[in-house]
Design a protein around this ligand. Sequence first.
Ligand code: HEM
Length: 189
Amino acid sequence: MKWRNTTTSWGLLAVLMHWLVAASIVGLFGLGLWMTGLDYYDPWYKQGPDIHRSIGILLFLLILLRLAWRLNEIIPAPHPNHKPWEVQTAHTAHLLLYLLPLAIMVSGYLISTADGRAVSVFGWFEIPALFTGLDKQEELMGDIHELLAWGLIVTAAIHVAGALKHHLIDKDTTLIRMLGTTPNEEETE
Ligand code: HEM
Protein backbone atom coordinates (compact mmCIF):
# COMPACT_ATOMS: atom_id res chain seq x y z
CA MET A 1 0.00 0.00 0.00
CA LYS A 2 1.25 3.49 -0.87
CA TRP A 3 1.90 6.26 1.67
CA ARG A 4 0.16 8.84 -0.48
CA ASN A 5 -3.38 9.13 -1.86
CA THR A 6 -4.25 8.55 -5.50
CA THR A 7 -7.36 9.77 -7.35
CA THR A 8 -9.13 6.53 -6.33
CA SER A 9 -7.51 5.40 -3.07
CA TRP A 10 -6.50 6.69 0.35
CA GLY A 11 -2.81 6.38 1.21
CA LEU A 12 -1.52 4.68 4.36
CA LEU A 13 -0.87 7.95 6.20
CA ALA A 14 -4.42 9.27 5.58
CA VAL A 15 -5.89 5.91 6.67
CA LEU A 16 -3.78 5.69 9.84
CA MET A 17 -4.59 9.26 10.83
CA HIS A 18 -8.32 8.76 10.12
CA TRP A 19 -8.60 5.76 12.46
CA LEU A 20 -6.32 7.19 15.15
CA VAL A 21 -8.41 10.39 15.25
CA ALA A 22 -11.69 8.40 15.19
CA ALA A 23 -10.63 6.09 18.06
CA SER A 24 -9.30 9.02 20.13
CA ILE A 25 -12.52 11.01 19.69
CA VAL A 26 -14.72 8.11 20.77
CA GLY A 27 -12.38 7.42 23.73
CA LEU A 28 -12.28 11.08 24.81
CA PHE A 29 -16.07 11.37 24.60
CA GLY A 30 -16.57 8.27 26.76
CA LEU A 31 -13.90 9.37 29.23
CA GLY A 32 -15.39 12.88 29.41
CA LEU A 33 -18.88 11.57 30.20
CA TRP A 34 -17.55 9.10 32.78
CA MET A 35 -15.12 11.40 34.60
CA THR A 36 -17.64 14.23 35.04
CA GLY A 37 -19.82 11.82 37.02
CA LEU A 38 -17.08 10.84 39.50
CA ASP A 39 -17.16 12.07 43.08
CA TYR A 40 -14.30 13.93 44.72
CA TYR A 41 -13.00 10.88 46.66
CA ASP A 42 -12.77 8.63 43.61
CA PRO A 43 -9.11 7.77 42.77
CA TRP A 44 -9.85 8.75 39.15
CA TYR A 45 -11.26 12.18 40.06
CA LYS A 46 -7.95 13.88 39.20
CA GLN A 47 -6.35 11.24 36.97
CA GLY A 48 -9.33 11.05 34.54
CA PRO A 49 -9.25 14.77 33.61
CA ASP A 50 -5.41 14.70 33.44
CA ILE A 51 -5.55 11.94 30.81
CA HIS A 52 -8.50 13.61 29.01
CA ARG A 53 -6.60 16.92 28.74
CA SER A 54 -3.32 15.30 27.66
CA ILE A 55 -4.91 13.21 24.90
CA GLY A 56 -6.99 16.24 23.84
CA ILE A 57 -3.87 18.38 23.28
CA LEU A 58 -2.08 15.59 21.39
CA LEU A 59 -5.18 15.03 19.27
CA PHE A 60 -5.33 18.76 18.48
CA LEU A 61 -1.77 18.54 17.11
CA LEU A 62 -2.59 15.37 15.18
CA ILE A 63 -5.66 16.98 13.54
CA LEU A 64 -3.57 20.01 12.50
CA LEU A 65 -1.05 17.60 10.95
CA ARG A 66 -3.86 15.69 9.26
CA LEU A 67 -5.36 18.90 7.86
CA ALA A 68 -1.98 20.06 6.56
CA TRP A 69 -1.46 16.67 4.90
CA ARG A 70 -4.96 16.71 3.44
CA LEU A 71 -4.58 20.21 1.96
CA ASN A 72 -1.43 19.10 0.15
CA GLU A 73 -2.70 15.75 -1.14
CA ILE A 74 -4.85 14.53 -4.01
CA ILE A 75 -8.28 13.53 -2.67
CA PRO A 76 -9.84 10.34 -4.03
CA ALA A 77 -13.01 11.15 -5.98
CA PRO A 78 -16.36 9.90 -4.65
CA HIS A 79 -17.73 6.81 -6.37
CA PRO A 80 -19.64 7.74 -9.54
CA ASN A 81 -22.78 6.02 -8.19
CA HIS A 82 -23.04 8.53 -5.29
CA LYS A 83 -25.89 11.00 -5.75
CA PRO A 84 -25.10 14.76 -5.65
CA TRP A 85 -26.91 15.17 -2.29
CA GLU A 86 -24.84 12.32 -0.81
CA VAL A 87 -21.59 13.90 -2.01
CA GLN A 88 -22.66 17.30 -0.63
CA THR A 89 -23.75 15.84 2.74
CA ALA A 90 -20.48 13.90 3.00
CA HIS A 91 -18.43 17.05 2.27
CA THR A 92 -20.29 19.04 4.92
CA ALA A 93 -19.89 16.21 7.45
CA HIS A 94 -16.15 15.91 6.68
CA LEU A 95 -15.66 19.65 7.14
CA LEU A 96 -17.47 19.50 10.49
CA LEU A 97 -15.45 16.43 11.49
CA TYR A 98 -12.29 18.50 11.04
CA LEU A 99 -13.54 21.75 12.58
CA LEU A 100 -15.64 20.56 15.54
CA PRO A 101 -12.78 18.65 17.24
CA LEU A 102 -10.54 21.73 16.95
CA ALA A 103 -13.24 23.99 18.45
CA ILE A 104 -13.86 21.42 21.22
CA MET A 105 -10.17 21.33 22.06
CA VAL A 106 -9.85 25.13 22.16
CA SER A 107 -12.85 25.34 24.51
CA GLY A 108 -11.37 22.51 26.62
CA TYR A 109 -8.08 24.37 26.87
CA LEU A 110 -9.98 27.51 27.97
CA ILE A 111 -11.79 25.52 30.71
CA SER A 112 -8.55 23.99 32.01
CA THR A 113 -6.59 27.24 32.01
CA ALA A 114 -9.38 29.54 33.27
CA ASP A 115 -7.72 29.67 36.71
CA GLY A 116 -4.33 30.61 35.21
CA ARG A 117 -2.80 27.11 35.49
CA ALA A 118 -0.93 25.58 32.55
CA VAL A 119 -2.03 22.25 31.00
CA SER A 120 0.47 19.46 31.46
CA VAL A 121 0.58 16.82 28.72
CA PHE A 122 1.44 13.56 30.53
CA GLY A 123 4.15 15.56 32.38
CA TRP A 124 6.15 15.73 29.09
CA PHE A 125 5.52 19.42 28.38
CA GLU A 126 3.12 22.20 29.35
CA ILE A 127 0.83 24.57 27.45
CA PRO A 128 0.70 27.85 29.37
CA ALA A 129 -2.55 29.66 30.23
CA LEU A 130 -2.81 32.50 27.70
CA PHE A 131 -6.44 33.71 28.05
CA THR A 132 -8.02 33.94 31.48
CA GLY A 133 -10.01 37.15 31.29
CA LEU A 134 -13.49 35.95 30.19
CA ASP A 135 -16.33 36.42 32.64
CA LYS A 136 -17.26 32.98 34.13
CA GLN A 137 -14.81 31.44 31.66
CA GLU A 138 -14.82 27.95 33.16
CA GLU A 139 -18.64 27.63 33.19
CA LEU A 140 -19.14 29.23 29.78
CA MET A 141 -16.45 27.14 28.08
CA GLY A 142 -17.69 24.02 29.89
CA ASP A 143 -21.17 24.49 28.36
CA ILE A 144 -19.74 25.16 24.89
CA HIS A 145 -17.36 22.18 25.17
CA GLU A 146 -20.19 19.81 26.05
CA LEU A 147 -22.57 21.15 23.38
CA LEU A 148 -19.95 20.90 20.64
CA ALA A 149 -18.96 17.39 21.80
CA TRP A 150 -22.56 16.20 21.38
CA GLY A 151 -22.68 17.95 17.98
CA LEU A 152 -19.55 16.05 16.97
CA ILE A 153 -20.96 12.70 18.07
CA VAL A 154 -24.20 13.30 16.13
CA THR A 155 -22.17 14.32 13.03
CA ALA A 156 -19.96 11.24 13.42
CA ALA A 157 -23.08 9.03 13.72
CA ILE A 158 -24.42 10.45 10.41
CA HIS A 159 -20.97 9.92 8.85
CA VAL A 160 -20.87 6.28 10.02
CA ALA A 161 -24.43 5.70 8.76
CA GLY A 162 -23.32 6.99 5.33
CA ALA A 163 -20.24 4.74 5.31
CA LEU A 164 -22.34 1.69 6.26
CA LYS A 165 -25.01 2.56 3.67
CA HIS A 166 -22.36 2.63 0.93
CA HIS A 167 -20.92 -0.65 2.17
CA LEU A 168 -24.07 -2.64 2.89
CA ILE A 169 -26.68 -1.23 0.49
CA ASP A 170 -24.73 0.28 -2.44
CA LYS A 171 -22.04 -2.41 -2.02
CA ASP A 172 -19.30 -0.08 -3.25
CA THR A 173 -15.70 0.29 -1.98
CA THR A 174 -16.09 3.56 -0.01
CA LEU A 175 -15.54 1.87 3.37
CA ILE A 176 -13.07 -0.73 2.10
CA ARG A 177 -10.73 1.91 0.72
CA MET A 178 -10.69 3.73 4.09
CA LEU A 179 -9.60 0.44 5.68
CA GLY A 180 -6.43 0.62 3.61
CA THR A 181 -7.22 -2.15 1.16
CA THR A 182 -7.42 -1.65 -2.57
CA PRO A 183 -10.15 -4.01 -3.78
CA ASN A 184 -9.00 -4.34 -7.38
CA GLU A 185 -6.05 -3.20 -9.41
CA GLU A 186 -8.14 -1.01 -11.72
CA GLU A 187 -8.94 1.21 -8.78
CA THR A 188 -5.41 1.87 -7.58
CA GLU A 189 -4.34 4.45 -10.16
C1 HEM B 1 -15.46 10.38 15.33
C2 HEM B 1 -14.95 9.58 14.46
C3 HEM B 1 -14.63 9.93 13.02
C4 HEM B 1 -14.14 11.10 12.48
C5 HEM B 1 -13.77 12.38 13.22
C6 HEM B 1 -14.03 10.90 11.04
C7 HEM B 1 -13.60 11.85 10.15
C8 HEM B 1 -13.51 11.70 8.79
C9 HEM B 1 -13.13 12.72 7.85
C10 HEM B 1 -12.77 14.16 8.21
C11 HEM B 1 -13.14 12.17 6.61
C12 HEM B 1 -12.81 12.87 5.30
C13 HEM B 1 -11.39 12.64 4.96
C14 HEM B 1 -10.90 13.71 4.02
O1 HEM B 1 -11.62 14.13 3.12
O2 HEM B 1 -9.75 14.14 4.23
C15 HEM B 1 -13.53 10.79 6.76
C16 HEM B 1 -13.64 9.88 5.73
C17 HEM B 1 -14.17 8.63 5.87
N1 HEM B 1 -14.61 8.03 7.05
FE1 HEM B 1 -14.52 8.82 8.87
N2 HEM B 1 -14.45 9.62 10.74
C18 HEM B 1 -14.82 9.01 11.92
C19 HEM B 1 -15.28 7.72 12.08
C20 HEM B 1 -15.53 6.86 11.03
C21 HEM B 1 -16.05 5.52 11.17
C22 HEM B 1 -16.39 4.84 12.51
C23 HEM B 1 -16.18 5.01 9.91
C24 HEM B 1 -16.68 3.65 9.46
C25 HEM B 1 -17.77 3.07 9.88
C26 HEM B 1 -15.69 6.01 8.98
C27 HEM B 1 -15.62 5.86 7.63
C28 HEM B 1 -15.08 6.77 6.74
C29 HEM B 1 -14.93 6.53 5.32
C30 HEM B 1 -15.33 5.28 4.58
C31 HEM B 1 -14.35 7.70 4.77
C32 HEM B 1 -13.97 7.94 3.31
C33 HEM B 1 -15.08 8.62 2.56
C34 HEM B 1 -14.67 8.83 1.12
O3 HEM B 1 -13.84 8.08 0.60
O4 HEM B 1 -15.19 9.76 0.50
N3 HEM B 1 -15.31 7.12 9.70
N4 HEM B 1 -13.76 10.53 8.08
